[in-house]
Design a protein around this ligand. Structure first.
Ligand code: 4AD
Ligand code: MG
Length: 449
């Protein structure tokens, strides 16, 4: 028989789902109907509360009530009942289910909300799914990627702090470019021209003299005027600057960072289980990562008949475009540090290789299935060299006075990198596009929900 229990009562205790409540105990749970299997005499509910799932069974008189008969998926509700052990394969997480003796509807749902099921996610067209992203996120796959994202961001913070790095928060509204004028979002800032930042790098460089090694996890913005699987207009950028290092130190640090972050992520059993579902073939990268110079990559691409963007064999100075890069990573099928790119195709701040001044001390980290997930380099730390770089790139030096000052007030050999969090996640979670790694992706043509 149903007993009247109110939300503000304290007995039985509210338990979070997924915590494996002991058979024999009475519990109260709060959540939303994730799945619903109404049968003649009994209704099976999979309840979801963000912590986990629980199978709840409503039967007898309770199942004949109006509320039970009209229950719809995504309804939020409170259920009170007793825990039972059930055989494997009975749809019940942890082989446990709750037999309800009381329930209350908290927020109704309209029913027919199939948009949130994984099945419909697979069938629905991409644009509809993005319009309905607020509901799609309630599905198991979309939410699992969000949980992994949280765990990865946390792992970066843990790893950096283990290494003694200081986190800073550079501004998003800026008056300088970092990665070229063509992808800048400009706006009017109290009658002055300003931009949404493309990268926090230049500001991070100004923090090393007081903080030593520094990092940040901030949004970067790029007006990317093309639709690809890996370009967003707004993305989360994990960036760091390392003081008093060599180029080789930078590469070693990157291996240590990647492997360290992954082992922190996989040490979390709930996240490890989600990754097993999302990406069952995932293999921990082996150290050292494969290292390949740009010039060797050009030879490799020629040998493998992979053409450049104009359909011609690659030659020195060519950009290695997304398609060629993807073919390369798919064939080599392990992380690659691609290093020493020509000066002309890289950013103004990169220092040149002492042995070969045609190329920079630069690195892109490429991952199978995605391609470039990290871009980094040593930075020009000589004043005159920086002035020459501004001139070469046609950059007016006035707005950069604070960046230039770093070369006057105790310069040091330093370097750093930026990692696209959504690209890292697309690789780790084996998602087709970086859009699936965002709560609400922003790319050309989409700015809602
Ligand atoms: O190679 P990028 O442009 O390098 C920089 O911005 C440097 N200033 C970073 C630094 O050294 N601090 O971008 C770095 C990474 C790329 O490897 C990629 O993973 C990601 O940022 N990225 C994007 N991710 C999603 N959408 C975009 N439009 C991206 N552009 C770059
Ligand atoms: Mg890059």
């Amino acid at each position: 028989k149903a007993v009247k229990i109110h939300l503000n009562e304290t007995s039985p205790e509210v338990v979070k789902l997924g915590s494996g409540s002991t058979p024999g105990t009475r519990v109260r749970v709060l959540g939303r109907v994730h799945r619903l299997r109404p049968q003649k005499e009994t209704t099976f509910i999979t309840l979801r509360d963000g912590y986990g799932y629980m199978q709840c069974v409503i039967s007898g008189q309770l199942a004949k009530t109006y509320d039970a008969q009209t229950l719809a998926r995504e309804t939020s509700m409170m259920i009170v009942g007793s825990m039972f052990e059930v055989p494997k394969g009975a749809h019940a997480p942890d082989n446990r289910e709750m037999h309800a003796d009381y329930f209350e509807i908290i927020g109704k749902a309209p029913g027919g909300e199939d948009a949130v099921t994984n099945k419909v996610q697979a069938k629905g067209d991409a644009q509809t799914l993005l319009d309905m992203r607020h509901l799609v996120l309630r599905g198991e796959t979309a939410s699992a990627v969000m949980f992994v994202r949280d765990a990865v961001e946390h792992a970066f913070n843990v790893k950096y702090h283990e290494l003694g790095y200081v986190k800073v928060s550079p501004p998003a509204l800026v008056q300088t470019q970092v990665e070229g004028g063509s992808t800048l979002f400009g706006f009017d800032y109290y009658n002055e021209k300003a931009y949404l930042t493309q990268s926090s790098q230049l500001y991070l460089e100004t923090a090393i003299p007081f903080a030593g090694n520094v990092y940040c996890i901030e949004k970067s913005f790029r007006a990317e005027k093309s639709l690809t699987r890996r370009h967003l207009s707004e993305y989360t950028h994990v960036e760091a600057e390392l003081d008093f290092i060599t180029f080789d130190d930078l590469l070693t640090h990157l291996e240590d960072l990647m492997c360290g972050v992954l082992s922190i992520v996989f040490a979390n059993p709930r996240i490890a289980a989600m990754l097993q579902e999302l990406n069952p073939e995932f293999q921990m990268p082996e150290r050292p990562f494969k290292r390949m110079k740009y010039t060797d990559a050009i030879d490799w691409l020629r040998e493998h008949d992979i053409p450049n963007e104009d359909g011609q064999p690659h030659t020195f100075g060519d950009d290695i475009a997304e398609a060629a890069e993807r073919r390369m990573t798919d064939i080599i099928n392990r992380p690659i540090f691609l290093t020493h790119f020509p000066v002309e195709i890289k950013s103004f701040y990169m220092s040149k290789d002492k042995e070969d001044p045609r190329v920079t001390e630069s690195v892109d980290c490429l991952m199978p299935g995605v391609g470039e997930i990290i871009g980094g380099s040593m930075r020009i730390w000589d004043y005159d060299e920086l002035m020459a770089a501004y001139r070469r790139e046609g950059i007016g030096e006035e707005p950069y006075y604070w960046y230039t000052d770093q070369r006057k007030y105790g310069a040091s050999p330093h370097g750093g990198y930026g990692l696209g969090l959504e690209r890292f996640l697309a690789w780790l979670c084996k998602q087709h596009t970086v859009r699936d790694a965002c709560l609400y992706p922003r790319y050309m043509g989409r700015c809602r929900p």
